[in-house]
Design a binder for this molecule. Structure first.
Ligand SMILES: CNc1ncnc2c1ncn2[C@@H]1O[C@H](COP(=O)(O)O)[C@@H](O)[C@H]1O
Ligand SMILES: [Zn+2]
Length: 347
């Protein structure tokens, strides 16, 4: 590893946008493939390698394959444990994982036992002394419509009350070309009213102006992507004004947007627009397994593409702490960690 990479690896980091099944590493994928050889799935079918690009539609085909490989409580526990340890190895000190609870009739997996398996993995890692604070966001897959979204919010509320602060909120994700946010508003409002935080994928593809307006009125606590919100990308100034007025942080996933072809090149990424506005932007991975990346690499990419100095990179990672969904005490602990690490890293 060269000196430059070492800096990004050692940088303490916060990861706020990571889909569990998109984050499964090559090593873990091998284990899963060995457990289910009859599926005839090969490792190269579940990841998009260096230099490769696919359409978003193809990315969603990849998730379908991964879901076939991860369909028991044991599988969920395995992937959650491995993903948490990998983020910790990458010096991520605070992680908000998100995942869509699934029911699998064939294996007896229920949405409830799905969430329980993730929570058990988080608790086990904590017990084992893995140096990372992990929280969970329950995901709504937008294609499943109103009723499922409402059920998911109920499930999330139950776990918010019973998980000792591990379940903090809701994620809205899934294929952006399927379904409409309008149908999901009642569920999202209910979530907000019962104290769940909201991180919503918004304007990941173009032509979602109307939906973005509706969702912004909630308003969400964080925005995933927001690629097409600003006027230069076909969005609008009122949308930008709304995001700025409510100071809603943007979760920025560089490699994901390039490999999924929603952004033509790194230098044209909307990070530039929002960063120049001084708006809170948090560098994230989205799906580190599928897109073959890690958070250190994403910080390094941001720095090299947008000419950020080491001080600016440090500030970016430190400011991410302000955007977490956990409470003030956790933020203070993390800030303390950053203060202790800083002198050894920035000379
Ligand atoms: C690439 N851009 C993206 N846009 C929208 N949703 C995405 C996504 N990447 C991942 N997901 C969402 O996360 C699920 C996989 O993890 P879980 O099974 O929930 O852990 C996908 O099925 C999709 O719903
Ligand atoms: Zn995402």
């Amino acid at each position: 590893m060269d000196d430059d990479s070492v800096f990004y690896k050692k940088l303490p980091k916060v990861e706020l946008h990571a889909h569990l099944n998109g984050s499964v590493s090559a090593q873990t994928m091998e284990k899963l493939i060995q457990r289910k050889p009859h599926l005839n799935i090969e490792r190269n079918m579940t990841a998009i390698g260096k230099g490769q690009r696919r359409s978003l539609d193809e990315c969603f085909e990849v998730f379908k394959l991964i879901h076939k490989l991860v369909d028991t409580e044991e599988d969920i526990h395995t992937v959650a444990t491995d993903v948490i340890k990998e983020f910790a190895d990458d010096n991520v000190k605070y992680l908000e994982l998100r995942s869509t609870p699934r029911e699998e009739k064939g294996t007896g997996l229920t949405k409830k036992s799905y969430v329980e398996a993730v929570i058990k993995a988080i608790q086990q890692c904590k017990y084992d002394g893995v140096d990372i604070d992990v929280r969970f966001l329950v995901a709504i897959d937008r294609r499943n419509g109103t009723e499922v979204a409402m059920e998911t919010v109920k499930l999330a509320e139950e776990f918010m009350l019973s998980s000792g602060g591990l379940v903090l909120g809701i994620d809205l994700s899934g294929d952006p070309k399927v379904g409409h946010g309008r149908c999901l508003l009642p569920a999202l409002e209910k979530a907000r009213n019962c104290g769940l935080k909201l991180s919503l994928h918004m304007s990941e593809v173009s032509s979602q102006l109307e939906e973005s307006e509706l969702l912004l009125n909630l308003p969400p606590d964080r925005i995933g992507h927001g690629t097409f919100l600003h006027p230069e990308m076909g969005g609008s100034q009122p949308l930008v004004d709304q995001v700025v007025k409510h100071n809603i942080p943007l979760e920025i996933c560089l490699t994901s947007n390039i490999k999924g072809k929603t952004v033509p090149s790194y230098s044209q990424h909307h990070f530039r627009y929002w960063y120049q506005l001084g708006h809170p932007c948090v560098i994230c991975t989205d799906d580190k397994g599928v897109f073959c990346t890690d958070l250190s690499q994403e910080y390094q990419l941001a720095a090299s593409t947008f000419s950020l100095s080491p001080d600016a990179v440090w500030e970016l990672s430190e400011r991410a702490v302000d955007c977490i969904f956990a409470g003030e005490a956790v933020k203070q602990q993390l800030k303390q960690k950053w203060t202790e690490i800083k002198p050894g890293l920035l000379k």
